[in-house]
Design a protein around this ligand. Structure first.
Ligand code: PMP
Length: 428
């Protein structure tokens, strides 16, 4: 009955939505299933259209760090809703959220809000090109910075999931200026930056890679990037759309003590509503219109509801500082998964940073995209299906991060480990 309902919802969606979805990974293609249609989220749980409850490790792809429908966030949205929707003119909430973010991230003196991480990353690159007068950019294999044209080369996330090296519809001329380098490879990256630095506008990097699964930067990788880019007057852009306000109050840059020139944010800063942002030193940001010559705009940018939800989220995070507890709970999960995988003689590499984690079906540590690609995606798909049957939703792709949030309890983690034990046994 339930399966029949899911089937018919999926059939209906496929009639009128391209590919049945509004973002490719939602189609569950990589795990060989039909998607679940969600009707409600509360805390760590999602409820599907048949009323079935799932323990959710997707957490709106990281945006819902407080859990779904957190009372403080809902109350802030309700309050703001009474004032109307969008005004198309400045509102003080934009300044308030900007103040909160600039106080938390010392590398950001000024910020500009957008409606998505994609827009923010695109705009950050345009800004870097405008500031430097150079056109080449560097990104890393398996890195994802949204679906802007210049980024769709060897990109992680949905492209990795679908096994696409790049996207149709992106003109050769646009990606000619994108240099794609191996993540974590200090000698190769240093050599390219030393040799071609004078032509490069920016290096954009996820300080902890989370779109080829979670891949931790090797010691020295990010510091090398900062040192060489500074010397070559290349702007260093940290894409902290996932890591911002997730790994620390601030971002990965707070932990590694590196000040990038520009930071890209999204997800958590909008509290679950559409929002992105990019920011940096005033000397860089003043190049943006209307002050400077780099154009960037948005009818709904800095939307009051998103600002209210983001502010409520950041204030809760700032007051409660859940980061140590989140990391401890995630470590409990990581240890448990390693234990039950070993009991079942399965090669599982569980990699985590704070509350971000990925279980790679791989024979050794995953340090870059080449290693991530060697993971056994069929095994991952089996594991996903086994856990879904037991009411647990993982990221529907080997190449996406899973998220633990403030609403995940120790008991939920232990349930997950038990479910994983049963899943691994079934897969033997
Ligand atoms: N950068 C990173 C690191 C991301 O993970 C994402 C999306 N997951 C984006 C940019 C794009 O953000 P959005 O989906 O909001 O456009």
């Amino acid at each position: 009955m339930k399966r029949a309902k899911r089937r018919s919802l999926w059939d209906e969606a496929q009639q009128v939505l391209a590919g049945g979805v509004n973002s490719p990974v939602r189609a569950f293609q990589a795990v060989g299933e039909q998607p679940v249609f969600i009707s409600k989220g509360r805390g760590a749980y999602l409820y599907d259209a048949t009323g079935r409850r799932y323990l959710d490790y997707i957490q709106s792809w990281g945006a819902a760090i407080l859990g779904h429908a957190h009372p403080a966030v809902i109350a802030a949205i309700r309050r703001q809703l009474r004032q109307g929707l969008a005004f198309g003119l400045p509102a003080t909430l934009e300044t308030a959220l900007a103040q909160e973010i600039t106080a938390a991230l010392p590398s950001i003196e000024q910020i500009r809000f957008t409606n998505s991480g994609t827009e923010a990353a695109m705009s950050a690159v345009r800004l870097a090109r405008g500031v430097t007068g150079r056109s080449k950019i560097v990104k890393f294999e398996g890195g994802y910075h949204g679906h802007g044209d210049p980024f769709l080369v060897k990109a992680g996330s949905g492209l990795a999931t679908l096994g696409l090296a790049d996207s149709a519809g992106v003109p050769e001329a646009v990606v000619q200026d994108t240099l794609v380098l191996p993540y974590n490879n200090v000698p190769v990256v240093r050599e390219v930056l030393e040799r071609h630095g004078a032509a490069i506008a920016c290096v954009i990097v996820e300080p902890v890679a989370a779109n080829m699964g979670v891949v931790i930067p090797e010691p020295g990788f990010l510091h090398m990037l900062r040192e060489v880019t500074a010397r070559k007057k290349v702007l260093l852009i940290f894409d902290e759309v996932i890591t911002g306000f997730r790994l620390a109050y601030g971002g990965a840059q707070t932990l590694v003590k590196i000040a990038p020139d520009v930071t890209v944010l999204g997800k958590i800063i909008g509290g679950g509503l559409p929002c992105g942002a990019f920011g940096g030193r005033r000397a860089v940001m003043r190049h943006l219109a209307p002050e400077g010559a780099v154009y960037q705009a948005g009818t709904l940018s800095g939307h009051p509801l998103a600002m209210a939800a983001g502010l409520a989220t950041l204030r809760w995070l700032s007051a409660h500082r859940p980061y140590r507890a989140l990391a401890e709970r995630t470590q409990r999960l990581v240890d448990g998964l390693r234990r039950v995988a070993a009991d079942s003689k399965l090669s599982l590499e569980v990699q985590a940073a704070g509350s971000l984690w990925t279980a790679f079906f791989a024979d050794g540590p995953v340090t870059d995209w080449a290693a991530a690609r060697r993971a056994n995606t069929e095994r991952y798909a089996q594991w996903f299906r086994q856990l879904r049957k037991q009411g647990i939703l993982l990221a529907p792709s080997q190449f996406e991060a899973c998220f633990v949030g403030a609403a995940h309890t120790e008991a939920m983690i232990d349930d997950t480990i038990r479910a994983a034990r049963a899943a691994f046994r079934a897969m033997q």
